[in-house]
Design a protein around this ligand. Structure first.
Ligand SMILES: Nc1nc2c(ncn2[C@@H]2O[C@H](COP(=O)(O)OP(=O)(O)O)[C@@H](O)[C@H]2O)c(=O)[nH]1
Ligand SMILES: [Mg+2]
Length: 398
């Protein structure tokens, strides 16, 4: 395990920069120990010792038209790392499958009994389907479209029986999800590939980062995590625990640090070490909290001071139990930072599941992963077929 915690934030920039200040004396050694390969990969202009861990002008300038940034200063991470723990064995494939995990969703439950109660192909069956879809959060517009199309086809005698209608419904639902089932591709040209996670409180951002850390680690990708949720000390510790478990370094400044500066420091560190992927956590915020939403924009701009192409993925985590409110969340976050991918979590348990269709239909933003449990292997690459099959098995109509 390798971890870096900032010892104590200097009181002021002036203090930090004071030659011979307590912050300066041992930094060169600490830095060398923490980043053994930094000397070869850091840009030559970059000073080896940090005098100003958080370039305030960078953050300030991020709000305006920005001047060119000086070569980045480095950080003052300390605490020599204990020996790395061996990574856990790779996530076993084929763990409890989608169908087993999604059985409890509102979608699966409301549709499972429907075809056996209404084996006849008639308007009642369509009405029941309509109610079930709306109840499962598919949304009124999407549901009406689906049901009206089925009704037309039924009147045109396209379906021989209820089972044929079920097959058509499955195909229509699949067609809604296919375009958004686009897995995340790590561009290894980006050094590092910066993944910024966003979303409201409690949706599963930190847990998802932990699961991703395990996944990337198993893929032998050098990676680093940034503890950008500085609102709660527990949030930093939570990320740190995931880092420890997977032998992944975590860059943190502790509670109440400036989230943008954590991201900036982490990106600097990741660049210096030749890290392939950097995942930044952020504090949860309500999409209605304008100040906090603006802070996300600031994090993004500060990151872009070091790499104009970053973040390479803005991954929004959405709680699958949220229902239609997920749509307004995504709208606001997208407006603030430009969401490029989604993770829908908690699809095990009591989620209705239908919100996935509503999101796909309204935004067309790629859905990268689905969270179907709390263990590391429960973050699955979003698979439209597996998802439909779990919610609406073909066997329902048999
Ligand atoms: N059942 C289930 N729980 C999850 C999933 N993802 C996250 N959680 C739980 O949701 C809670 C909040 O997660 P956390 O990562 O702290 O949310 P954050 O505030 O967005 O960082 C924790 O108890 C997680 O274990 C999931 O896919 N399924
Ligand atoms: Mg969190």
């Amino acid at each position: 395990m390798l971890s870096f915690f900032r010892r104590k934030k200097p009181q002021s920039t002036a203090d930090a920069a004071k030659p011979g200040s307590e912050h300066e004396s041992s930094r060169a050694e600490e830095l060398a120990a923490a980043f053994p390969d930094a000397a070869t990969s850091a840009p030559p202009a970059a000073p080896a010792i940090a005098h100003e861990p958080v370039p305030a002008e960078v953050i300030a300038a991020a709000h305006e038209v920005e001047p060119a940034l000086e070569a980045p200063s480095s950080t003052d991470y300390i605490e020599p790392a204990p020996a790395p723990l061996p990574a856990e064995s790779p996530a076993a494939p084929g763990k409890p499958g989608w169908r087993e995990r999604l059985r409890g969703t509102g979608f699966a439950r409301s549709l499972s009994g429907l075809f056996s109660r209404h084996p006849r192909l008639d308007d009642d069956l369509l009405d029941e389907i309509e109610t079930a879809l709306i109840t499962a959060d598919v949304g009124v517009t999407a549901t009406s479209q689906l049901v009206e199309s089925l009704r037309k086809r039924m009147k045109a005698r396209e379906f021989a029986d209820a089972n044929a209608l079920l097959i058509a419904l499955r195909a229509d639902l699949l067609a809604m999800l296919k375009p958004v089932a686009q897995p995340l591709r790590i561009d290894t040209e980006a050094k590092p590939f910066v993944l910024l996670t966003v979303g409201v409180n409690g949706v599963g951002k930190t847990t998802t980062i932990g699961k991703l850390a395990k996944r990337f680690k198993d893929e032998n990708r050098p990676l680093m995590l940034a503890a950008g949720d500085t609102f709660r000390a527990a949030a930093v510790a939570q990320l740190q625990a995931w880092g420890d478990r997977n032998g992944v370094p975590v860059v943190a400044q502790g509670q109440n640090a400036d989230a943008a500066s954590v991201a900036f420091d982490a990106l600097q560190a990741a660049k210096a070490r030749g890290t392939q992927v950097l995942i930044a956590d952020t504090a949860g915020r309500l999409h209605t909290q304008q100040g906090l939403m603006a802070e996300l924009g600031k994090i993004k701009r500060v990151i872009q001071k070091l790499d104009a192409s970053a973040p390479h993925e803005v991954l929004m985590v959405i709680d699958g139990t949220t229902g239609q409110n997920a749509l307004s969340q995504l709208r606001q976050f997208h407006a603030a930072v430009g969401v490029t991918g989604l993770v829908v979590t908690k699809l095990d348990g009591t989620a209705k599941g239908g919100v996935v269709f509503a999101l796909a239909r309204e935004f067309g933003i790629p859905i990268r992963y689905a969270g179907i449990g709390e263990r590391p292997e429960d973050l699955r690459v979003f698979d439209a077929e597996a998802f439909i099959d779990a919610l609406l098995p073909e066997s329902l109509g048999a």
